[in-house]
Design a protein around this ligand. Structure first.
Ligand code: NAD
Length: 470
């Protein structure tokens, strides 16, 4: 059997889950189908005066809820099916974590490292223009965000271009998320996917029975972790895992991997990589010949956070981790899933584990629509109320709290506190829902299938609510 493509793997995961539901087969076909795809080519004038044709896509997988939502990827091998696969995952992810959006994804076929900042800005602004022209972007239509190869910088260009083309549109800033905070972004969005991943793993690791079945002790403390990809998702996942007490024993990047059983100093590694362009030859570590080989090193938790199709039937048998925590979208193929399941390795799927990004993007969108920073109305009120309670406690007991403790007790919630608390609630609640589905279906069902069933059930209810399917 030839290895399934990324899109085929997503479709296999859907079909496995759909077979466990009782929904009308036509409704299931509608849920699975990609509703709209826009392919556009446009010319770019390069800095040296030459011209180049740029290929770009935007797929809106599901309009059962609007707006649709999903990142924009800049990578040299982006193609239509990849964008459709990513957009499909966004629909299931949003449904799973109760974010009221349909799924979408965009891609531009470029290697961003080969273009100047000025060229990237021209590409991004032109792409936005093309999306506006076809009504493929807007606060109530389709709201992009970053993905592989893009960041808040590109989102700021998109927001600015959109606002210029739609003068006077009050909610224009809600046309894209993960903007810099100064340009309408929300505190905590940059870190959100990595932070959500660690919140999710914390929930899972607190289940003593589940951890026992995997041969692990409860909690993240002391767990050996390998991360593939030190970009937005991978870096913050590694950082928050270390803060939770885990030990980063391996890192895989495009140039190869490094390994150190006693732990790697993440911040020092980032400094070296920024300065020299490589993670290799990092003091106190040994080099591993390739990114893929690094995935096979001994560890407890493996976090692929780079690209799809990294764990395939070729290497699934060699994975030593007990938990594969999908930071990237689609890092495990459908065939690899089967091998890992048979080997009692827990795959925590992308649709759940990397949903922190879209969750906090949802909060940013709400902030943009309400035109007020989270916490602005209540922070001072809470602080005054807490101070009165503490004051009453002090005067009735005759004892005083030390100054620093008093400060912590009376602190009201600021934007980042509220965002992180909403993210934690989302990850905890969604894990409970997946577990409930799994409880209903039986433990012979893997987590990905249980997550897909949960998502399909919710989308099916929405279609019924809309009166489209009786
Ligand atoms: P990014 O561009 O910030 O980082 C990607 C990193 O992977 C880079 O450091 C790159 O050098 C590295 N990389 C490339 N090829 C590699 C290889 N073969 N081996 C190891 N490392 C390699 O991208 P990102 O935003 O962190 O996205 C990574 C993955 O996470 C993608 O699958 C994306 O769809 C998914 N994701 C991203 C977000 C988000 O909020 N950014 C949210 C959910 C899911």
């Amino acid at each position: 059997m030839s290895a399934p493509s990324f899109l085929e793997s997503v479709q296999i995961a859907f079909d496995r889950a759909a077979a466990l539901t009782t929904h009308d087969p036509t409704l299931l076909r509608q849920i699975q189908a990609c509703n709209a795809i826009y392919h556009v080519s446009f010319p770019l004038r390069r800095d040296d005066g030459s011209l180049e044709v740029i290929q770009a896509w935007r797929a809106q997988h599901s309009h059962h809820r609007l707006p649709t939502k999903g990142g924009i990827r800049y990578a040299p091998d982006v193609h239509k099916d990849e964008v459709v696969a990513l957009a499909s995952l966004m629909s299931y992810k949003c449904a799973l974590v109760n974010v009221p959006f349909g799924g979408a994804k965009g891609g531009i076929r470029i290697d961003p490292r080969k273009y100047s900042v000025g060229e990237l800005e021209r590409i991004t602004r032109r792409y936005t223009f093309e999306l506006v022209r076809k009504n493929f972007i807007g606060p109530g239509l389709d709201v992009p965000a970053p993905d592989y190869g893009t960041s808040s910088r590109e989102m700021a260009w998109i927001a600015d271009t959109y606002a210029q083309l739609r003068p006077g549109e009050l909610d224009a800033m809600a046309c894209v998320t993960a903007k810099p905070v100064e340009q309408g972004g929300v505190e905590g969005r940059t870190e959100a996917t990595g932070r959500g991943l660690v919140f999710g793993l914390q929930e899972i690791a607190s289940d003593a029975d589940l951890m026992k079945r995997l041969g692990l002790s409860p909690g993240l403390k002391g767990k050996r972790v390998i991360v593939q990809g030190l970009g937005n998702v991978g870096y913050y996942a590694a950082k928050f895992m270390i803060e939770a007490g885990a030990i980063l024993v391996g890192v895989a990047e495009r140039e190869g991997g490094i390994h150190a059983p006693d732990g790697i100093d993440l911040e020092a590694l980032m400094v070296q990589r920024r300065a020299t362009g490589t993670a290799m030859n990092f003091p106190g570590t040994s080099n591993v010949e390739s990114s893929i080989a690094t995935l096979e090193l001994p560890c407890d938790i493996l976090i692929p956070a780079a690209l799809e199709r990294q764990i395939t039937r070729k290497n699934a048998g060699n994975i030593k981790a007990k938990i594969v925590a999908e930071g990237a979208n689609g890092p495990t193929t459908a065939l690899a899933d089967e091998i890992l399941f048979a080997r009692n390795i827990l795959v925590v799927p992308d649709v759940y584990l990397n949903a922190g990004g879209v969750t906090v993007s949802y909060f940013e969108w709400l902030k943009n629509l309400s035109h007020v920073r989270f916490g602005r109305m209540e922070k001072r009120f809470e602080e005054d109320a807490f101070a009165r309670i503490i004051g009453a406690m002090e005067s009735s007991t005759g004892k005083h709290f030390p100054d620093d403790e008093r400060r912590k007790l009376v602190a009201g919630a600021g934007e980042e506190d509220l965002v992180n608390s909403g993210l934690l609630e989302t990850m905890a609640e969604s894990w409970r829902e997946i577990q409930q589905t799994r409880g209903r279906l039986g433990s012979a069902v893997d987590i990905r299938t249980a997550a897909f069933v949960t998502a399909i059930d919710k989308i099916a209810i929405t279609y019924q609510d809309l009166g489209i399917f009786p």
